[in-house]
Design a protein around this ligand. Sequence first.
Ligand SMILES: Cc1cc2nc3c(=O)[nH]c(=O)nc-3n(C[C@H](O)[C@H](O)[C@H](O)COP(=O)(O)OP(=O)(O)OC[C@H]3O[C@@H](n4cnc5c(N)ncnc54)[C@H](O)[C@@H]3O)c2cc1C
Length: 445
Amino acid sequence: MALSYHSQIIEPWGRTPRLPHQVARPQHQDQLPGLIAEASGSGGLLAAGLHRSYGDSGLNPDGLMISMRGLDRFIAFDPATGVLRAEAGVSLDEILRMATPHGWFLPTTPGTRFVTLGGAIANDVHGKNHHRAGSFGRHVRRIGLLRSDAGGLELSAQDRPELFHATLGGLGLTGLIAWAEIALAPIPSTFVDEETVPFANLQEYFRLTAESDGRFEHVSSWIDCSAGGAALGRGVMYRANWSPSGPLTPHAPRQKLQVPVTAPPGLMNRLTLRAFNAAYGGMQRRRQGTARKHYGGAFYPLDAIGGWNRFYGPAGFYQHQFMAPVETQQDAVAEALRTLSAAGQGSFLAVLKSLGPLRSGGLVSFEGPGASLALDFPNRGEATLELLERLDSIVVAAGGKVYPAKDGRMSAATFRAGYPRWRELEALRDPLFSSRFWRRVTHDQ
Ligand SMILES: Cc1cc2nc3c(=O)[nH]c(=O)nc-3n(C[C@H](O)[C@H](O)[C@H](O)COP(=O)(O)OP(=O)(O)OC[C@H]3O[C@@H](n4cnc5c(N)ncnc54)[C@H](O)[C@@H]3O)c2cc1C
């Protein structure tokens, strides 16, 4: 029987909205052209990876979806150079398990390894080393792209450079990424020497960052959202370099804990937030100093708990991640923290990091230079949406941008202010490909 599309409810990582989709799950490359042909005349097509995007950039309820996860083969790997070619459905988890024993690591990695190669390219993801390595797209050498209007194309910075760069951070809109070739980064061991450094407020954070970015490859900070006044923006910085020697062992294959059911509504309320921030902040401040850690624990602490997004209860949650340029970053971050404190809606996970000046060439990539702040909020309906819009206004006034991979509700005006080159992506979009996000932010063009 020919492979086709079947009904399925798809939810993004924030678990809102959960919407019915028509999804096909190919296992072989030669099934892709038929699925693309079948989609013509539908309400549009979108590829999916591991659904780790928080909002609707990975949703396409009015059209069809091809889950690329079954296309998970390694095509070629050279342990002498670290150049890897793989199908787009391979996960970063699988790449690390294969490559780390040979002394190679991802050139940059998001805070979860449960992301596909195709998804990492489509959102041009970044990690704690953006100030050194830039975003993922900078390390992509070649892409095999399937388009509804042009068939199979091989793209690189030399061959069809416009389409190549548009596909980096192209939100899956330039066609199906069938495979990609990336350059991995050499590592001397799979351990990092990580320093934990508390800071008293935002001024101290920016001083510490300026000093740390030159000396450390991996830098990110947790902010205590319950602190205000002179302690606004207090938190803990984690800064690390690869240990110069040590074993080359991949991470453990299994997740240690699983969240079996969705938490009851209201678990993540103001009281638990204050208690969490006090307990976590206190624990981390006591831990200050240097420790040798495996990359699994240092880069992917949340991956130890499978399905942690269920903690936020049945209504799900929103993440708001923004970037403010260097000139406005300090004021914008302070204003954002004051705004959420005034609204009585702090964030459990507030992560502040700096984005450096290196660019991938993506048209709507989430890039710097500047400061990036990521905040999580339980979905409390209108009250949460209003708060997120207030945060958007701060970002737009600061000349910054909100990250589409984390978004499910920003206005067209907010998106266009942050990504003035969006029309260039629209011009290179495969006419068959679309997403709920893209329709929302470009509907009145
Ligand atoms: C715990 C956690 C931590 C995170 N930390 C970070 C971080 O530090 N930095 C960061 O940048 N991001 C981070 N993210 C976001 C995540 O890295 C991105 O959303 C990533 O793109 C998800 O990849 P995915 O495989 O799940 O793709 P999906 O979420 O399924 O899809 C994402 C996009 O990729 C497109 N796509 C997927 N596969 C293909 C393909 N083969 N061809 C064409 N388009 C395709 C989809 O159409 C969609 O537009 C984090 C997410 C989580 C849950």
